[in-house]
Structure formats: structure tokens, C-alpha cells
Design a protein around this ligand. Structure first.
Ligand SMILES: [Ca+2]
Ligand SMILES: [Ca+2]
Ligand SMILES: [Ca+2]
Ligand SMILES: [Ca+2]
Length: 352
């Protein structure tokens, strides 16, 4: 283990065109401690140093073949790893055999990754159920074309922040898969996957709520956003699930103030046995089959202010909702769309 000096670390590939942080080609024989002595491999640098809070690893413009997982352990807690503000630092795992990740969290708390492109792995960022890497932050990055998930953080990884990233893949699994308490998924652009953002909360306690807010999610196979447990899905824009559903809420979750259009079904719920999902204040329009749909509709409620309104099923083959509630305002429906069975609507729920 090399003794640290200063808090800045440098990585570069062998192409110096457009470099912002470094002044020389990367080489793993370098110390990685100054702009003219960058290392070539982020994994090698992480392994060589015991990193701490305040340490910043600068990964310069370039293409990096990631030949083994970049594994962040407890001794690396607090580190920030950042790419260039202009240009891209592409970390390509080039390996989709089981267990291949670009970034693997292994008991590293308070890690921040910013402005990196992560691709070519089973999973771009992975934290297992025993990783217990809390307060992980991923911002301003691009994660795409990983063979299973782009980002997967299991239950032990609490308080993650996934924000302002562009995330996409073409797989049968979610692009973003989040389970840790008090996590936030915000302001990302997410496309593809079976589900764009899949959030299954372990806790039913409000204090542990996971928030999915202000994302743009589109063109996923099964649904754009799914939440179950203590999950708040708020302020997202969701479109382009032409054969499936925009937002699906399971027991304990709430869809609030989202804009949902050009899907087969706008907002659906999946309450199989017990539980309540809440759908409130959304703008839902131009969905080809129905604005809203449910599997067990009688167990779903719609809340307006402090009033809980029951929703009854009608047309079970189409699973179309007919909302029976004290008339607040009449909804209007679009001719030819099967959401026309919706008869009246919450004042704040624009559904047409
Ligand atoms: Ca280390
Ligand atoms: Ca470079
Ligand atoms: Ca340390
Ligand atoms: Ca934890």
C-alpha cells in the first residue's frame, strides 16, 4: 500500500488528446499522484491506495478497458471518482460473464461517482445484499448496454442518490434496480429495460421512504417505473410504453403529480392480496388502452386531500377503471380511447 500525499489522484489512457486533468499518458508504473504521473487503470489505483473522505480520483478523457471489477472496499469509503466536465471517460468492462461489473461496491460508504460512462458489464454499478455500502452517489454519468442491470443496489445499500444520469439498456431486467432505504432516484433520463426504474422498498416506514422524482422514463418493455413498499413516485414524465404500462404502483407506494402519456396503460396498480396504492394528482393522457388499470382494483384507493375514494372495477377483461366518487369535477375523455369508462375524476387528476 502506497503512502498517500495530497488528496488528488489521476488516471489517463494512452491518448492525450482533449485531456483536462492530466498532461501525460497513463501508466500503472506511475504514482497517479500528479497530473504528469497518471496511472492507466482505475482499478489499479483503487487497489494501490487506501482512499479516504476528501480524496478525489480524476479520470481523464479516454477509453478504458476494465479487465476486472473496480471494487470499492471499506478502506475506500468517502472517495470521489470523477470524469471530465468536457468529453467522456468510458469504462468498458468488455465482459458479460456472471459477476462482471464495472463498479462493485463492497462495504464502501459515502462513495461518489460523477461524469463517468459505464458499459459492457453484467451490471454497471452493483451492490449486493451484503455489500452494505451506504450513501452511494452516482451523478452526471452515462450507464448503458450492460447485459443485466445498469445499476443494481440491493437492500443493504441505503441512502443511495442516483441523479442526473442517462441510463439505458435493451435487456430483460430493469435499467435501475433500487432496494435500499431512504434512497433517491431523481432527474435521470432512463430508457429501455424490462422496467426503467424498479424500486422495491424493504420498509413500510415513512421515514425509510424511497423517492423516485422528476425522471424522464420511456420506451421500456413492461413498465417505465415500478414501486412497491414505501415508495413515492413524484413529478416524473413517462411515455412510450406502447405495449405496456407507464407507472405501476404496488402495495404501499404512491404515484403523485406525474405526467404519463403515449403508453398502452397510463398508470396501473398491482395489489394482489392486501395493501393500498395511492394515485393522486397525475396528468394522464393519450394512452391507447386505458388511463388507469388495476389487477385488484377494489383494494386500491385514490386519495384527494384527506378524502379516500374507493375505485370499483368495471370491464374486467380490459381492467379499466370506473371511478365512483363524490363529483368534484367532471373528467373529459377522448373519443375512441377506452379510458372513457372513467366517469368523474379527482380535481387534481387530469385523465383524458
Ligand atoms: Ca483501496
Ligand atoms: Ca486521455
Ligand atoms: Ca480509507
Ligand atoms: Ca446499510
Amino acid at each position: 500500500m502506497i503512502v498517500n500525499g495530497g488528496q488528488d489522484y489521476y488516471v489517463n489512457d494512452t491518448d492525450t488528446a482533449g485531456d483536462l486533468f492530466t498532461t501525460a499518458m497513463g501508466n500503472n508504473l506511475n504514482s497517479g499522484k500528479s497530473p504528469d504521473r497518471p496511472m492507466a487503470s482505475l482499478a489499479a489505483l483503487i487497489d494501490a491506495y487506501d482512499l479516504d473522505a476528501g480524496d478525489v480520483v480524476h479520470v481523464d478523457n479516454g477509453s478504458y478497458a476494465v479487465v476486472r471489477n473496480i471494487s470499492l472496499g471499506s478502506q475506500d469509503s468517502g472517495v470521489r471518482i470523477e470524469g471530465p466536465a468536457l468529453g467522456v471517460a468510458v469504462l468498458n468492462r468488455g465482459n458479460t460473464t456472471t459477476g462482471s461489473y464495472v463498479i462493485e461496491l463492497a462495504a464502501a460508504d459515502d462513495v461518489t461517482i460523477s461524469r463517468l460512462t459505464l458499459t459492457g458489464a453484467v451490471c454497471g454499478v452493483f451492490g449486493s445484499s451484503t455489500s452494505d455500502s451506504d450513501r452511494f452517489t452516482l451523478v452526471d454519468s452515462r450507464i448503458y448496454s450492460n447485459s443485466e442491470y445498469d445499476i443494481a443496489l440491493a437492500t443493504s445499500n441505503d441512502e443511495a442518490i442516483i441523479s442526473r444520469n442517462t441510463v439505458s439498456n435493451g435487456t430483460d431486467l430493469p435499467c435501475i434496480d433500487i432496494h435500499g432505504n431512504r434512497s433517491v432516484v431523481a432527474e435521470n433520463d432512463v430508457s429501455g429495460g424490462s422496467t426503467g426504474i424498479y424500486v422495491s422498498a424493504n420498509s413500510v416506514t415513512l421515514a425509510d421512504q424511497i423517492v423516485v422524482s422528476n425522471n424522464r422514463v420511456h420506451n421500456s418493455r413492461d413498465r417505465a417505473i415500478f414501486g412497491e413498499g414505501q415508495v413515492l413516485i413524484v413529478g416524473n414524465t413517462v411515455w412510450g410504453q406502447t405495449t405496456s404500462t407507464g407507472i405501476e404502483v404496488g402495495p404501499g407506494s404512491k404515484a403523485l403529480n406525474n405526467t404519463v402519456f403515449d403508453n398502452k396503460v397510463g398508470i396501473g396498480s398491482s395489489i394482489y392480496n392486501t395493501g393500498t396504492a395511492t394515485i393522486e394528482g397525475n396528468r394522464v393522457y393519450r394512452n391507447s388502452q386505458s388511463g388507469m388499470s388495476s389487477i385488484r382494483i377494489q383494494q386500491v384507493s385514490m386519495e384527494r386531500l384527506d378524502t379516500t375514494v374507493r375505485i370499483d372495477s368495471q370491464g374486467s377483461s380490459l381492467r379499466t377503471w370506473c371511478m365512483r366518487m363524490p363529483i368534484q369535477e367532471f373528467a373529459w375523455t377522448r373519443a375512441g380511447h377506452k379510458c372513457s369508462t372513467i366517469q368523474c375524476i379527482n380535481r387534481s387528476e387530469m385523465l383524458y
